[in-house]
Design a protein around this ligand. Structure first.
Ligand code: PLP
Length: 413
């Protein structure tokens, strides 16, 4: 063989450290999960060797018979899972999926209505630092000031005023159900297309814990690695009439050769998500988030919108400690072995780099087998760590407790 004989000890040591980190600390980042060993095996499979530009049956390279079988199976499984007419499983990521949809449905300069970044939207929903905001005229809708829910009256009013070509529903930091039906009504009234970005909640939808937007939308995009629990990647579902435009926008429009090893792993994840056990998983994710929210509220934290319907909580730290920033909280919790991210809360007085909030998600801990009782423990650990946010000795002691909690629920043995 032409390959090196000696193992890469330097890289193996780094891998071991990351493996230990995942096994011994709490992963509460709402967009993360633990993929199954089967998903990881296919991600590392010989499909990584293959060039297969094009689509099943229409490739630009030879030797794609089995790649075609794999990609066809991925497309068929995901169409059944969500009841979609068409699927493109090639986007390398959620951002790529969104940009391809825009390229398929819009001309440069077209007007789009999307959720404001400050109120939980995503960079690819028109942020000025993202290509979406540079190429298209995004106008932002937001949440009500009173109950911090999507302000659908304002969405309707704005849609009438600006006649967008496309309305984008979906969020990256919104703890409540997003009802697709009123978005459809508004889109129909103003003659707009409707895209739902289900990046975060695709697994909840597949598991029956959130309404399915597919019957209401022209296009639905999602990531396969968040609640969906597959390999890192993106996916686009659409009505049949947009299939050709979307496929063209993904390849050759914006990507080259597809990651067929990731597509094989997506097929595996879609099968896992169709299993009855995944329905239990999705409903436990939601139950755990609710339990964690209740317990955190009991410690004096304010939950944005008053609670959660899904897998995540947005926590306003100011009622707990007026001077504690999201940045400081994230750093102190990291020291205590509790991994999560700072997050702006609606109309945050602090900058997005500092913030007054944190975002907490339950997809990973639920995959590990934790239930409501462990959520109460986690809320207690978070509250104690944040009370001792500048005391390294106390934080190290909490980290030992976190290690011991995690040792009963290691995702990978
Ligand atoms: C995570 C996310 C994306 C982007 O996914 P990547 O795979 O990180 O590119 C897009 N939209 C929303 C709403 C997200 O939460």
């Amino acid at each position: 063989m032409a390959w090196l004989d000696e193992p890469d000890d330097e890289m193996l040591a780094i891998l071991q450290r990351e493996y230990d980190r995942q096994n011994t600390t709490l992963q509460l980042i709402a967009s993360e999960n633990f993929a199954s060993p089967a998903v990881m095996a296919f991600t590392g499979s010989v499909f990584t060797n293959k060039y297969s530009e094009g689509y099943p049956g229409k490739r630009y390279y030879g030797g794609n018979r089995f790649v075609d079988e794999s990609e066809d199976l991925a497309r068929d499984r995901v169409k059944v899972l969500f009841g979609a007419e068409h699927a493109n499983v090639q986007p390398h990521s959620g951002a790529n999926a969104n940009m391809s949809v825009y390229q398929a449905l819009l001309d440069v300069g077209d007007t789009v209505l999307g959720l404001s970044l400050d109120h939980g939207g995503h960079l690819t929903h028109g942020s000025p630092v993202n290509a979406s905001g540079k190429l298209y005229e995004f106008v932002a809708y937001g949440l009500t000031a009173s109950d911090e829910r999507l302000d659908m009256d304002a969405v309707a009013e704005q849609a009438r005023a600006i006649s967008p070509k496309l309305i984008v529903a979906g969020a990256t930091a919104y703890p409540r159900r997003i009802d697709p039906a009123p978005f459809r009504e508004i889109a129909d009234e103003v003659g707009a297309l409707l895209m739902f970005d289900a990046a975060h909640i695709a697994g909840l939808i597949a598991g029956g814990a959130h309404p399915n937007p597919v019957p209401f939308c022209d296009v639905v995009t999602f990531t396969t690695h968040k609640t969906m629990r597959g390999p890192r990647g993106g996916c686009i579902l659409s009505r049949a009439e947009y299939a050709a435009a979307i496929d063209k926008a993904v390849f050759p429009g914006s990507q080259g050769g597809p990651l067929e090893h990731a597509i094989a792993a997506k097929a595996v994840a879609f099968r896992e998500a169709a299993d009855p056990s995944f329905r239990e998983y999705a409903s436990q994710v939601v139950a755990n988030a609710a339990a964690l929210g209740d317990a955190l509220a009991g410690h004096g934290f304010r939950l944005v919108s008053g609670g959660t319907d899904n897998h995540l909580l947005l926590v306003d730290l100011r009622t707990f400690d007026a001077d504690l920033t999201g940045k400081q909280a994230q750093e102190s919790l990291d020291r205590a072995g509790i991994t999560l991210n700072r997050n702006s809360i609606p109309d945050d007085p602090r900058s997005p780099f500092v913030t007054s909030g944190i975002r907490i998600g339950t997809p990973s801990v639920t995959t590990q087998g934790m239930k409501e009782a462990q959520m109460v423990t986690i809320a207690d650990l978070v509250a104690r760590a944040l009370r001792a946010f500048d005391d390294d000795t106390a934080l190290d002691a909490i980290r030992a407790e976190v290690n011991s909690l995690c040792s009963g629920f290691t995702p990978y043995s």
